[in-house]
Structures are given as C-alpha cells and as structure tokens.
Design a protein around this ligand. Sequence first.
Ligand code: SF4
Ligand code: SF4
Length: 179
Amino acid sequence: MSDFRADCSRCCGLCCVVPDQLAVQGFRVDKPAETPCVHLNGLHRCCIHATRALQGYPACEGFDCYGAGQWITQRLFQGARWSDSPELAQQMFAAYRYWAPRFEAAALLEAALPHVRDEARCTIAAMISSLTAGETLELPTDAARLRRETLALIRSALTSDEVSKSQEEQAIRAAGSRK
Ligand code: SF4
Ligand code: SF4
C-alpha cells in the first residue's frame, strides 16, 4: 500500500491547500481551509521550498502526510489535480481529510511494529490493515489528539504479562518519535 512517506513529486500539493493555516502554528500568514497557499505554484509545487522556514513557514518543514497525498492523487484519482475542476477539488479535499489521519495513525503503528512480540505484532498489523482499508472508526482531526490516541492503541495492544515494560516503552518511543 505505502511506505508511509510523503512523495510530493507524485502529489498535487494537497497539504498546501486543504488545511487552514494559522500564523501562531508556524505559518507566516493565516490561510483559510481549501485555499492554496500563496507560495504554491501552477505546477502544484512550493516555490519557496528551500527557504520555507526562513521565510516564516517553519511548520511546513516538519510536516509529513505519511504518503496520503500521493496515494490520493495517484491511486484514488489516477493522477488528476484538484485544480482540474471545482467538483474534483471538493472530492480530493474530502479524500485528504478522510485519509490523512488514517495514514498518520498507520505510520505510527508501523513504527512500533519492530519493537513488539509476535502476539502484539498481529494485533497492530491488523490495525494498520484496517486503517489503510478505510474501515476504521472516526479518528480525531486534531493532530495532537490523533497521536495521543494512536499511542494509546499501541499501548493497549501491548498490555500483556508476557511483554516486558522496556519493550513497551521502546515501541511507544518508536511510534511517538515517528516523523
Ligand atoms: S500532501 Fe503529502 S505528498 Fe502531497 S505535497 Fe503535502 S506532504 Fe507532499
Ligand atoms: S510555504 Fe510551501 S510547503 Fe508551505 S504551505 Fe506554502 S506552498 Fe506549501
């Protein structure tokens, strides 16, 4: 399905359009949702990419959609662009809102996988499959809450007398530090 890494060369800049951006979050100016950032060019690329942080956009540097952007653009919409039509834009924006949190949760779970024993590995792998199949329940849209709840999911999968505390901590640390 994905290696849960953004490949912006195969996307149409969805993260630069769909979410709103607030200056207090590390963007130079406020931007409403579903509006392209002023620095997104006609080829759907960031025209200040190399100097984003210096130009007042430090939040962009740490961002990763975990592969959701290219997956939506290429797999769901066969390479179409949100700018092709207003109808397509609405569909792609809705897809991004739906899939981005799922990819993020799946990426965190995947980071924990190498650190857990077989029993928990099956549970976590099943969670990843469920997320990437879009089957899962409602996920928080707030990024910090999503991360907290995903780490709680990992912790619950690890709750077993057989799993040592240090392994649990290692898995949570790996997931929590996933960028
Ligand atoms: S949505 Fe993801 S793949 Fe697309 S431009 Fe943003 S980070 Fe890159
Ligand atoms: S500064 Fe560049 S990377 Fe950041 S939102 Fe604008 S176009 Fe996207």
